[in-house]
Write a protein that binds this ligand. Sequence first.
Ligand code: SAH
Length: 353
Amino acid sequence: MSLQLASQSVSQGTSTPRLGASLEELTAWVQEQGQPAYRGKQLYQWLYGQGARSLSDITVFPKKWRENAEAVDFGRSTVHHRSIAPDGTIKYLLKLSDGNIVETVGMPTQKRLTVCVSSQVGCPMACDFCATGKGGFLRNLETHEIVDQVLTVQEEFDRRVSNVVFMGMGEPLLNIDNVLAALRCLNEDVGIGQRSMTVSTVGIPGHVRRLAQHKLQATLAVSLHASNQALREQLIPSARQYPLEDLFAECRDYVKLTGRRLTFEYLLLAELNDRPEHAEELAQHLRGFQSHVNLIPYNPISEVDYQRPDRRRIDRFVRALEERHIAVSVRYSKGLDVDAACGQLRASQNSQA
Ligand code: SAH
């Protein structure tokens, strides 16, 4: 099944082939360089399957061309730092070509290798509970910089990536074109099933509906985190410009247009939003909504003093939703020991401390 996504041109602003380019685009580029078309297929295979970092790495190419084209690099990052957690999770600090650092997390289980990718350097949303938000925003990531994160984890683990979640640094819907191009490439060129990919958003007015037009088969996860508008505004500054009813209306349209169930993420903060009355309020909003609630017990960050609820409070919240027939699961984040869990990623290199 092919994605209805605009694919990024190889030559956007440069004449360099980059991750994110399709087979057709790579073939066109190779031909522009005066090479036969079949070298496009070779370039494609080396770019996505062999971890080639520049044209000079591709040993099946004629030596003379490779020497002339030495400067053609594919925009790969370099691993600046690795933090390995006891549960096998590895957090990478990746250095981009402009020297900026992004964080990417590889989470292995027996059956899966999930990559948590960043979509921006930093994040402008400034959610109060999130370390990324505390560090401010630098820039959007390019398509190749998103795809690179997945390939890097695949190479590092020497194992195929099965799942991708856009839950690293940044707000994906503020970088929607590059995120869509990366989803296309990860699906068609890297071979990851659309349904094995999740885009997580805090919700940007108009953008959820815009995303729905693309009829993605990837899962959309919406960071709700509160059962009413006042509480949400307290935690998420951007919620002031986005009433809950408007967010829910867009989400309903999303389900209608895509035919896909949607996930609501709900951060659990002890005493603040984890009481039975919050569960009841949440259930009222979601009654009859084709959705699933994913509870995320708060992962501590140093700047704020929210509390992570204990197991008893988490179970109580789960039961309260289940009694009201709301589909619910709990995400026990991986990588807590190395600050690699949800919300603990930072733009700065200090995170390696
Ligand atoms: N900007 C996107 C992706 C953010 S990261 C979004 O808002 O959805 C993915 C998830 O981690 C989001 O639901 C985010 O709210 C959550 N998160 C942020 N800080 C957290 C923390 N300290 N503990 C647990 N989850 C957190």
